[in-house]
Design a protein around this ligand. Structure first.
Ligand SMILES: [Fe+2]
Length: 505
């Protein structure tokens, strides 16, 4: 089995020693499991914090058939004050993944959890409920983690910095090798196409000790981008997989594997194969995070060159401004507009996948890169209009994908930089990958006055300290992606002030 091979290669020693330490206290709730491996070797995770609960996740490996597993939630790390326990089924049809929705807990406090199965016990996870009222929130914003191109040590930095929630805006896995450069490790498997392939890819990722530890230590709020399926796909249209039927089968496999490995609510699975990832997460009345999905419902890229699909530089492309084109789909756009019209939070965060602001390119004033929001300018204008709702006090876009850090002023008209910004954009670099294309991004500061900070040299993540009066934004750079023990250091600090859209020094 691929899972088993992966584990033997990656983390079996660690997992087995954890098992030996923890098994003394385990309460068997199932028949003995096959094989010597820890069925919890993929770890544990949590997400979707609300005032009275969250989602707990694990996925058993090395087992067959449906399995009953036990779970416990405690108020303390030593599990002396257990507040909930129960049993649930890890079904074979869902890859033995468990997505446990917990409710009825106290707001704004940490909880600890673990799972039991067949005499094995999982590692202990820590998570938290969202507060009923809050005066601070610390977010880590991350995206783009290429297994082969770097180690995931930035997650260690997030855990050490005691963030409340990690927001992952996509490219959690990569489906293939990219570019030329020194790789630190190998996928050890071909490009995934089937459900079993994608499961193997996620299982491999979870053998990374820093990623696994971050999932155990902190709640994640996740949404995918393209590489969770294949590079630059849009909606039901593949790029590398041009045949529509083959692409839909591939997408369905990839979507299922994504769900199976993320701490998401089971209700995200909708009839017809949709995975409904757009949603809101509240942190008291301090902040509301609107999570967007800009891949699943997109219309095709505008002005593809003949025989060439995927993101590209397009020129004099009216289709990039076509009001009928959409990055989000009509339903999600309506949902966002309604949600923003009703906003109550002091800070409105829109977590989405890629670069939102206009990016003027050296190829001329009409040139645009078609895979970012510039390929869907009408959708961007509609979102900006929604952000102008009177209820929205402080709109902040969060993004990733472009493998570079950007702090931007969002303008109603990007060709009129003399006007005051209407919102702020913070884009994180890749967590572990090579930097973005220098030909596109090198001249960006000069050509785009609304770009207030840009770094295309470093991987890392963005830390956001949200208080009532301001958001302190810090880009943190990984010092050496090839060193698994690398640390992060501050690269740039800026602020966003209450009732003053735009980047401040
Ligand atoms: Fe990426």
């Amino acid at each position: 089995m691929l899972d088993r091979r992966t584990l033997i290669r990656g983390a079996a020693a660690l997992a087995v020693s954890r098992f030996l330490l923890a098994a003394r206290d385990a309460q068997p709730v199932d028949a003995p499991l096959r094989g010597p491996l820890d069925p919890f070797a993929l770890g544990v995770a949590s997400g979707e914090p609300v005032r009275d609960g969250f989602v707990l996740w694990t996925r058993l490996v090395g087992v067959r058939g449906d399995r009953v597993i036990g779970w416990e939630i405690a108020a303390d790390a030593g599990f002396r004050r257990i507040v909930r326990r129960g049993r649930t089924v890890a079904s074979a049809g869902r890859g033995h993944a468990v997505h446990l929705e917990v409710a009825g807990l106290a707001p704004g406090r940490p909880y600890f959890y673990r799972f039991h199965a067949g005499g094995h016990v999982s590692r202990i996870g820590r998570t938290c409920t969202a507060p009923a009222s809050a005066d601070r929130l610390r977010l880590a914003l991350t995206s783009c983690q290429h297994w082969e191109q770097g180690y995931f040590g930035a997650y260690r930095d997030m855990v050490e910095r005691d963030v409340d929630v990690i927001v992952h805006v996509g490219d959690y896995i990569y489906e293939k090798s990219f570019g030329k450069g020194p790789d630190v490790r190998s996928f050890g498997a071909p490009e995934p196409r089937t459900l079993s392939d994608y499961r193997g890819r996620y299982a491999l990722y979870r053998t990374d000790p820093d990623l696994a530890a971050a999932h155990a230590a902190l709640p994640f709020v996740v949404c995918w981008d393209d590489h969770e399926v294949e590079n630059d796909y849009v909606g039901e249209r593949g790029v590398a997989t041009a045949d529509p039927h083959a692409f839909l089968a591939r997408r369905a496999a990839a979507y299922q594997a994504y769900f199976e490995h993320m701490p998401l609510r089971p209700s995200v699975l909708r009839p017809g194969g949709e995975v409904r990832l757009y949603r809101t997460i509240d942190w008291g009345e301090l902040a509301r995070l609107h999570v967007l999905d800009t891949r699943q419902y997109r219309t095709p890229h505008p002005c593809d060159a003949p025989g060439k699909r995927g993101g590209q530089v397009v020129r004099t492309c009216d289709a990039a401004r076509d009001p009928a084109a959409t990055m989000m789909g009509a339903m999600q756009e309506r949902w966002l507009a309604r949600s923003l019209a009703d906003e109550r939070a002091r800070w409105t965060f829109i977590a989405q996948q890629t670069l939102f602001s206009r990016l003027h390119l050296p190829d001329g004033p009409d040139a645009a890169y078609s895979d970012i929001w510039d390929g869907y300018a009408a959708t961007r204008n509609r979102v900006i209009k929604s952000l102008a709702a009177p209820a929205v006090r402080n709109p902040v876009l969060l993004g990733g994908d472009v493998h570079s850090f950007w702090f931007n002023d969002i303008l109603r008209d990007f060709d009129r930089p003399e006007n005051a910004p209407v919102a702020t954009e913070i884009v994180t670099s890749c967590l572990a990958s090579r930097s973005g294309p220098e030909a596109l991004f090198g001249p960006a500061l000069r050509l785009n006055p609304h770009v207030r900070f840009l770094d295309n040299q470093h991987a890392g993540y963005v830390l956001l300290d949200v208080t009532r009066d301001r958001v302190a934004v810090e880009a943190r750079a990984v010092t050496d992606l090839t060193d698994p023990h690398s640390i992060c250091r501050p690269l740039a600090r800026r602020t966003i002030e209450d009732r003053r859209p735009g980047v401040q020094a």
